[in-house]
Design a protein. Structure first.
Length: 199
């Protein structure tokens, strides 16, 4: 698993960047916001990454901020939302705007993204409301909403095992409460699975 890339920005395209790390060019898919934030070609760049493994390909998606990566994980956990749609949403809305849209169940706001119709927008705000919960709106909203670090990775692991978003978030939240904020990913996943089995 590649968690981040740090190197020189070699080039950018409409939906990707190439980061040169020690002479190896990594092609990384990215939202318009990330591409605007990573700086000029030829300069040092660092991207948080998510590796997408399919039967016939392995792709990297990069994010200027960890919160954007965490929202990408939440969005792609919704049925019908692939990497392309998630990046379109992250291009159209920043993380605080997505948090507000989910909290207010504002599907029209999510539907501003390319490729997101009314039905998919409704599913996104409905499913993520269970996972994210109602949050106080304000500058710190996005930071309070999304699990980060090992907790986010643990939620992602449970989603990959077929858990529903609400179940995964609840089980990981309960595990993190027992283990404390410094818990490792491995410990969180093991305890979350035990808690989910009891529930």
């Amino acid at each position: 698993m590649i968690a981040h890339l740090k190197g020189r920005l070699d080039s950018t395209g409409v939906d990707h960047a190439v980061i040169d790390v020690g002479g190896v060019g990594y092609l990384v898919g990215a939202s318009a916001r990330t591409l605007a934030a990573i700086g000029p070609v030829g300069e040092a760049a660092m991207l948080h990454t998510e590796m997408l493994v399919a039967e016939d390909s392995i792709r990297l998606v990069g994010f200027a901020r960890a919160e954007e990566r965490d929202w990408f994980r939440l969005l792609t956990g919704v049925q019908g939302v692939g990497a392309r749609v998630a990046l379109a949403i992250l291009s159209a809305l920043d993380t605080q705007e997505i948090a507000r849209a989910v909290s207010a169940q504002d599907k029209a706001m999510v539907a501003r993204a390319n490729g997101v119709g009314p039905k998919l927008a409704e599913r996104i705000v409905r499913e993520l409301k269970d996972k994210v919960g109602t949050v106080a709106l304000g500058p710190a909203a996005a930071a309070q909403v999304v699990p980060v670090g090992a907790a986010a990775d643990a939620v992602s692991a449970l989603l990959n095992l077929g858990f529903r978003p609400a179940e995964a978030a609840a089980a990981v939240g309960a595990a993190e409460e027992d283990l404390g904020a410094g818990a490792t990913l491995d410990a969180l996943v093991r305890l979350a699975l035990r808690k989910a089995a009891k529930g």
